[in-house]
Design a protein around this ligand. Structure first.
Ligand code: HEM
Length: 475
């Protein structure tokens, strides 16, 4: 009963719109508001484009709709530019604030966005992994398979190549174990008991099982990353950088030789950097690719158009990033997958860096802010068919690709995803390669209409577990 009342009292009395309605209220009582919001975002402006609510004792401000979210992230980049951190034991250098974040983000961007190793080298690593992915999918022959394991392994291997300079066999037990852990860790973040525990830490004793499992996962992955870093340190040759870890170690050596102390380039930050790159870069890209295959199986005519364009423009040769401009329909399908797939509907939590007045609302320094990307990607004022798979959103009347301002799956502003360039390259090369070699269909006994697009809500909004069949393209 106390819990019930504390929730009622905690609804912000100064909110400009009446926040309580039966649906939201019952959802809050179920501690399900955000999960529901993720699965089926309500119309963006139902409660105004800026509203507040309390997650237990914590007040949060929610920003919805393209114009409001963009204004906050870009025009008020500094004010909304801090990261809200959770109580959870987590490795954070990129998902944090202050000097550590600034320095590590700069380093990550140089090595990811600007491809410190050279754009060509990154492209080559993705292409190499595509070869392994093709072999694995071919081995299923025409049998239905779960897209999760194989796609996650391929995407994770690309990060491994970028970070360590080497990849792993899909069947290697330790690799499988680490993939499971990263995935499970994210899944736990989305569970009700975990969210409840975040809101009411004092209830911790009663629901510590999820938290303890999460903590063990973090500790186990951390010691695995340390082991990899040690191996790379022992075999480091400063003239040859194999990946991000080497680049970091080389920088660390240079700073030490120059007599600089108290720098951000030390072992603890390196471990967390590796952890953040895996955490940020695996499930996101893999989940998007899985949506792309599911959408293709669901919309066979669109799949045929994609395959026809690829066949006409590049035939059977290896696809390269340069080909994107000549594949407008395929590019539109990838963009539409990211828009409708909407894999981080609430983005990653922000926090205000100072007191501000935003759109007439006073928001205190340190307030948690939800920049709801779902409300941007599905904004009815921006998209002709917000809730349908409609690649024409990204095509003009002549079939040429058009950029759309409200396409913001990577967010915007000073916290925008540093892995965007890498992710876009991966999505393009892997998707085109798969379309070149296979046609994806529902498993036997399931029609296209029956293919379930209900998302599974966890750390990311992924397709629910499903199987697809891949038939070899006639070569
Ligand atoms: C389709 C793939 C991806 C999507 C849709 C995506 C999306 C996002 C979004 C929405 C954010 C939060 C931005 C904000 O708070 O405003 C983010 C942050 C981040 N992403 Fe990605 N991401 C993807 C792939 C990647 C990859 C491949 C990497 C790294 C290899 C990565 C690393 C990160 C990191 C480290 C952050 C935190 C940045 C910071 O706080 O400064 N992401 N991403």
């Amino acid at each position: 009963m106390f819990f019930f009342f504390s929730l009622i009292i905690s609804i912000d009395k100064h909110s400009s719109k009446l926040f309580i309605d039966a649906v939201i209220f019952s959802n809050i009582l179920n501690l399900n508001f955000l999960r529901t919001y993720i699965a089926t975002p309500p119309p963006p402006l139902l409660y105004g484009s800026v509203f507040t609510f309390h997650m237990g004792p914590n007040k949060a401000v929610v920003l919805v709709g393209y114009k409001t979210v963009k204004e906050a992230l870009v025009d008020f980049a500094h004010e909304f530019g801090e990261r809200a951190t959770r109580r959870t034991v987590m490795d954070r250098v990129l998902f944090t604030n202050g000097e550590t974040w600034r320095e590590m983000r700069r380093f990550a961007l140089t090595n990811l966005r600007d491809f410190g190793m050279g754009k060509k080298a990154s492209e080559d690593k993705i292409i190499e992994e595509c070869g392994h992915l093709l072999q694995r999918i071919k081995s299923f022959r025409d049998k239905a398979f779960d897209t999760h394991g194989v796609v996650n392994a391929a995407v994770s291997n690309i990060i491994c190549s970028m970070v360590y300079g080497s990849r792993f066999d899909y069947d290697e037990p330790e690799f499988k174990e680490i993939l499971y852990r990263v995935c499970r860790g994210l899944e736990l973040l989305g569970t009700r008991s975990f969210q409840l525990n975040e809101m009411f830490p004092s209830l911790g004793k009663w629901m510590s099982r999820t938290r303890a499992e999460h903590r063990n996962i973090i500790l186990a992955t951390r010691s695995y990353y340390l082991k990899m870093i040690d191996q790379l340190t022992e075999t480091l040759e400063p003239q040859v950088s194999r990946g991000v870890v080497d680049a970091f170690l080389i920088k660390q050596q240079q700073l030490e030789e120059a007599g600089q102390k108290d720098t951000q380039f030390h072992r603890k930050n390196l471990t967390m950097l590796v952890s953040n790159l895996f955490g940020g870069g695996t499930e996101t890209t893999a989940c998007t690719l899985r949506w792309s295959l599911l959408f293709m199986a669901k919309h066979p005519k669109i799949q045929d158009q994609v395959r026809e364009e690829i066949s006409r423009v590049i035939g059977a040769r290896q696809v390269q990033v340069e080909d994107r401009k000549n594949l407008p329909f395929t590019d539109a399908v990838i963009h539409e997958t990211q828009r409708l797939g909407n894999i981080l509907p609430l983005s990653v939590l922000h926090r205000t860096s100072c007191d501000i007045i935003f759109k007439g609302h006073f928001i205190k320094k340190g307030t948690t802010v939800y920049t709801v990307l779902a409300s941007v990607l599905y904004d009815e004022n921006e998209w002709e068919k917000p809730h349908s798979f409609y690649p024409a959103h990204f095509l003009d009347q002549d079939g040429k690709f058009v950029k759309r301002d409200a396409f913001m799956p990577f967010s915007a502003g000073r916290r925008a995803c540093p892995g965007e360039a890498l992710a876009r390259m991966e999505l393009f090369i892997i998707f085109v390669t798969l379309m070149q070699h296979f046609r994806f269909t529902p498993p036997p006994g399931v029609t296209e209409e029956e293919l379930d697009l209900t998302p599974q809500v966890g750390g990311t909004r992924c397709p629910s577990p499903h199987q697809l069949c891949s038939s070899r393209r006639e070569e």
